[in-house]
Write a protein that binds this ligand. Structure first.
Ligand SMILES: Nc1nc2c(ncn2[C@@H]2O[C@H](COP(=O)(O)OP(=O)(O)OP(=O)(O)O)[C@@H](O)[C@H]2O)c(=O)[nH]1
Ligand SMILES: [Mg+2]
Length: 334
């Protein structure tokens, strides 16, 4: 399974335009001084973060990006026109490396953030700059500097669309293993999961999304209890939060509010994310009791919270859960 999107592209910036070695010509001034303008700068090739993109697909189909050269300077101190920059838009989370040395050139984390891949060559100075008391008629103007050419590798770590939130033992890892081919460690003791991991969920057609298994949270995690909340930085960029609360939880409403409180303590921004609740381990409730159980549990959550009963072990309720997640992911992707 692959969670990384790679593409290698070749980029070249434009050469700077040469400076002009022109001399002023006018009837009344037969020996006019130097008036050659500067050459224009070559265009650069620039990478720019775009929050509406999710893959490097566009660059896969279009791998060569050559920016224009600058125009030569002209008489009357006119500068040459600069070459246009090429701006390549990429999703947030794109890491850029030199294709040859593998040296890290930058990481795009913010919308509008730019990383220059190839800097346009500087335009040459016109002869007007080289006039001095001893040299009244410089015939010299600078050539433009060459552009840069390189291969760069772009790497996008796929962001999880869904982040799981729950107390230890809530069945988060089991759910990831039921929805995806990922095989996280599962055990009947708390804090089995120590590091977030990802699974790819395929929905049987062109739709797919990435789900992140996250370590368990406990009350006071924001003050360092349990594993703390540092790993919540992994859910900051998830579009949707899925709270996992076991069907036999004694106070589900309180559990939900406690989890929310820990998230908020980490970052109030997390409160803006769409969320829903998976009522896990429904197979421990007898089938004849299930409907009444779910109805009763739903009442104990704050109003407006979507609660979906599931069982990863019995593989029940998984399709409606995927669809519910998908509709929110789609909305978030815009
Ligand atoms: N009966 C039943 N047991 C389940 C189900 N899902 C998980 N469990 C059990 O619940 C226990 C905890 O499951 P995990 O998936 O490891 O829970 P977790 O939320 O990932 O736990 P941490 O990683 O410690 O935070 C294990 O013993 C699982 O077998 C389910 O659908 N039905
Ligand atoms: Mg786990």
């Amino acid at each position: 399974m692959k969670f990384v999107d790679y593409v290698t592209i070749s980029v070249r910036s434009g050469r700077g335009g040469p400076g002009s070695a022109h001399f002023r010509r006018a009837k009344y001034e037969p020996k006019g001084g130097p008036d050659g303008g500067d050459g224009g700068a070559g265009g650069s090739v620039i990478l720019e973060g775009d929050e509406s993109l999710y893959t490097l697909l566009d660059l896969r189909y279009n791998r060569h990006h050559f920016a224009e050269s600058g125009q030569p300077g002209q008489g009357s101190q006119k500068s040459g026109k600069s070459g246009n920059d090429i701006v390549l838009r990429v999703p947030l989370g794109t890491v850029v490396r030199d294709g040859e040395s593998d040296e890290l050139l930058g990481e795009i984390t913010d919308h509008g953030q730019q990383v220059t891949l190839a800097q346009g060559g500087k335009g040459g100075l016109g002869n007007v700059h080289f006039k001095s008391s001893t040299r009244q008629s410089p015939r010299y103007a600078q050539p433009g500097l060459p552009g840069e050419e390189r291969e760069v590798t772009l790497e996008l770590k796929l962001l999880a669309d869904v982040g799981l939130v729950g107390f230890p033992n809530a069945g988060k890892s089991t759910l990831v293993s039921a929805l995806s081919a990922a095989k996280p460690k599962i055990a009947d003791y708390p804090f089995t999961t120590l590091e977030p991991s990802l699974g790819m969920v395929y929905m049987g057609d062109w739709r797919s999304f990435v789900i992140a298994d996250i370590p368990g949270l406990i009350e006071g995690a924001s003050e360092g209890k349990g594993l703390g909340i540092r790993f919540l930085k992994h859910v900051e960029r998830n579009a949707v939060l899925l709270f996992c609360i076991p069907a036999d939880e004694e106070s589900p409403g309180e559990a939900y509010r406690t989890l929310l409180g820990e998230l908020e303590a980490f970052s109030p921004h997390l409160m803006d994310k769409p969320r829903l609740v998976a009522l896990t381990k429904m197979d421990i409730v007898g089938p004849e009791l299930a409907d009444a159980w779910v109805a009763e549990m739903r009442q104990r959550f704050p109003e407006g919270v979507d609660v979906l009963p599931i069982s990863s072990v019995a593989r029940r309720g998984l399709e409606p859960l995927k669809e519910a997640l998908w509709s929110r992911i789609e909305k978030a992707r815009g």
